[in-house]
Design a protein around this ligand. Structure first.
Ligand code: IPE
Ligand code: IPE
Ligand code: MG
Length: 257
């Protein structure tokens, strides 16, 4: 029997065909923005927007794992987000706890390793415990590494890296001249991981909001008008396709035509 494929699916198949899966970005980082605006448009509470955003998280993690991205970093809560109303913050923390409990088995089944970026010691105790458990139970996974940036600030990360580096240097008596970029990078939260090749931001805002300041030095940036709760596999594939059309020069010259 002939199956009728909806127009959306046909479009998605064409999109997938336009991507060279042998040349994917190794690391994709996403500023998941626009949950509040999504809720406001529907006369709902901001937290309803955050809840709807977890559907997008699930779809993006699944897609990234399936296509073979090495590292996916999701910006979930910034050090600046503590400025928000207490009610919104505790609802966000509750959502995070629920997400981890509900998704852990799926993450393990999809061979996804969870890693947290941020000052975890400043998070509520029960959230910390849940995160430690989740990280421990995915430690053996060898597929996608899913970084969740939580209580994360790019400047805070650099401060923490400098502290770590100085502590290590005072132990082994290294001179300041021995510091180079690689030495500092080994003390970042992302130590050992490649820098993001592609940075995605939803909801049209043209700023980096203190995200991965060190690591995005040469990332390609993709900004979409789509609000995070509406972000679907199609948008992710669109960003991958656009990324493959970019010419990365790293300060050098364009390759000869
Ligand atoms: C992003 O959505 C989620 C978090 C920062 C936790 P926002 O809550 O920032 O949504 P807008 O930007 O107000 O629409
Ligand atoms: C960035 O979004 C932080 C996260 C997505 C977690 P914000 O909504 O907090 O950023 P600004 O305030 O618009 O710069
Ligand atoms: Mg926002």
């Amino acid at each position: 029997m002939l199956e009728v494929i909806p127009a959306d699916a046909t479009e998605e198949i064409a999109l997938a065909r336009s991507i060279d899966f042998a040349r994917l970005p190794r690391h994709v980082a996403i500023i998941m923005d626009g949950n509040g605006r999504w809720a406001r448009q529907r006369h709902k509470r901001r937290i309803d927007g955050h809840r709807a955003g977890t559907v997008s998280v699930r779809e993006v993690v699944e897609t990234a794992a399936r296509v073979g991205i090495e590292v996916l970093t999701l910006y979930a809560f910034s050090v600046e987000n503590w400025k928000r109303p207490k009610r919104e913050i505790s609802a966000l923390m509750a959502l995070l706890r629920r997400y981890l409990t509900a998704e852990l088995a799926t993450l393990i089944r999809s061979n996804v390793r969870l890693r947290l970026l941020g000052r975890l010691s400043e998070l509520p105790r029960d959230v910390q415990a849940g995160l430690e458990d989740a990280m421990a139970s995915t430690r053996q996974c060898t597929g996608l590494t899913l970084n969740v940036a939580l209580n994360y600030g790019g400047r805070t990360e650099i401060v923490d890296a400098v502290r770590g580096l100085l502590a290590a240097m005072s132990l082994d008596g290294r001179a300041p001249e021995s510091i180079d970029e690689a030495a500092l990078a080994t003390h970042l939260y992302t130590a050992g991981q490649p820098d993001p090749d592609l940075l995605i931001r939803t909801s049209g805002e043209l700023r980096v909001s203190n995200f991965l300041l060190w690591q995005i030095a040469y990332a390609e940036i993709w900004v979409g008008e789509v609000l995070w709760p509406d972000f679907r596999r199609r948008h992710f594939l669109e960003a991958l396709r656009d990324y493959q059309g970019r010419e990365r020069r790293y300060g050098g010259l364009a390759s000869p035509q």
